[in-house]
Design a protein around this ligand. Structure first.
Ligand SMILES: C[S@@+](CC[C@H](N)C(=O)[O-])C[C@H]1O[C@@H](n2cnc3c(N)ncnc32)[C@H](O)[C@@H]1O
Ligand code: SF4
Length: 367
């Protein structure tokens, strides 16, 4: 097997669980310990003995990796640098929440070689931030952004969310304009998803929140219009980047490349298998320190699963898919072409502007 080039580390701690979020996270600091950091490194050391690892991208996500305290980061970074050869590294991302970044932490990460911060702003509007149950204000988010710039990170991504209950077109336009004034290298603009087992899902099914597909489409159109006209390339349905500043890690993931995930709930994808670690920080730490396996589920990656994923992710990318992949569905392709939802050139098929609004339903027709 070729060396593994993409590593993900799941840091499951957040200052407060947001009511719309379905990631595996923990509030508070009970399990946020040096033992947890040691467990992560033990898992990495174990993987280094089993696989050849030559990292091109590292991604610390969560949760909120910046929830770790400065001394916990120091411990983690020292051990990481001792375990991994980082000489081939091209991108190192750390996700951050505006409530959890102080200048000392930002400087530590920048000096260690973190090249990209992904900052969860979500909105600059105080009402939207309250609706989302965020722990930070817009003012705090501005200050954190300034702190990150001063620390000298070469790339900063800003995460935004639209279709939030109560959000109007002018409110979203103002969020986009404020973001553009900061000229981030990358913007992720996510349409709110009502995920099962979240407070938001209960409010939707209980009738307290109502979805408005027409407004969702207008918000998405406005996002594309404002960001593309400001020089960002819409390289994936929810992602926009300045030239050459796509997320290399996420691109590898969408292209179905092999990667290893560390930490509770983290997935690893290998040529024939996908595994997931146990979604429980205390159990994960205990298992690692006892020399046990942290994996709790395994799925065989058949050709059929690989193909489905390639189609679903490929359609979301601006370069689209090679036409040959969709050859078995030629009549559906013609149908979508007639509806103006897909277009093709000599070798590739991609979604049109209108098709992007219906990306998931279109992908379902092929898989
Ligand atoms: C794992 S979070 C990382 C950032 C950090 N934890 C924070 O929230 O500030 C990644 C991003 O996913 C997005 N996200 C989370 N839940 C979502 C949902 N239900 N619908 C749409 N986007 C969501 C948010 O934009 C969030 O910033
Ligand atoms: S959105 Fe971010 S801060 Fe909120 S619970 Fe999810 S991971 Fe944590």
């Amino acid at each position: 097997m070729a060396p593994i080039e993409h590593l993900y580390f799941h840091i499951p701690f957040c200052p407060k669980k947001c009511p719309y979020c379905c990631f595996y996270v923990e509030e508070g600091s009970r399990n946020k310990t040096t033992a947890f950091v040691d467990a992560l490194i033990l898992e990495l050391e174990k993987a280094s003995r089993s696989y050849s690892i030559r990292p091109k991208t590292l991604y610390f996500g969560g949760g909120t990796p910046t929830s770790l305290l400065v001394d916990q980061w120091e411990h983690l970074l020292a051990k990481l640098q001792r375990t991994l050869d980082l000489s081939t590294l091209e991108e190192w991302t750390v996700e951050a929440n505006p409530a959890t970044v102080r200048p000392e932490k930002a400087m530590l990460l920048a000096q260690a070689g973190v090249s990209r911060i992904s900052l969860g702003i979500q909105s600059w509007n105080e009402t939207t931030l309250k609706t989302l149950g965020r722990v930070h204000t817009a003012n705090q988010a501005f200050k954190t952004h300034e702190t990150l710039q001063n620390a000298g990170f070469p790339e900063i991504n800003i995460d935004l969310m639209f279709s939030v209950p109560g959000q109007t077109l002018p409110m979203w336009e103002s969020d986009l304009e404020t973001t553009l004034r900061l000229a981030p290298s990358h913007v992720s603009a996510y349409c709110l998803t009502y995920e099962e087992d979240t407070e938001y899902f209960e409010k939707l099914t209980g009738g307290q929140f109502i979805q408005n597909e027409e407004l969702d489409a207008q918000l998405f159109e406005l996002t594309m219009e404002r960001l593309i006209s400001s020089g960002y390339r819409h390289y994936e349905i929810s992602n926009y980047a300045q030239t050459g500043r796509d997320s290399k890690h996420n691109r590898a993931y969408w292209e179905g490349r092999n990667f290893l995930g560390f930490g509770p709930s983290a997935f690893s994808t290998l040529p024939n298998e996908r595994t997931q670690n146990v979604c429980d920080t205390a159990a994960y730490t205990r298992r690692m320190l006892a020399g046990e396996d942290p994996v709790f589920s395994r799925e065989v990656l058949t050709e059929e699963i690989r193909l489905k994923e390639r189609i679903a992710f490929g359609l979301r990318m601006d370069e689209g898919l090679e036409s040959a992949i969709l050859a078995p569905w030629e009549s559906s392709v013609i149908h979508f072409e007639e509806l103006g939802l897909v277009s093709r050139d000599a070798s590739r098929i991609r979604l049109t502007h209108r098709g992007k609004l219906l990306a998931d339903s279109i992908a379902e027709a092929f898989v």
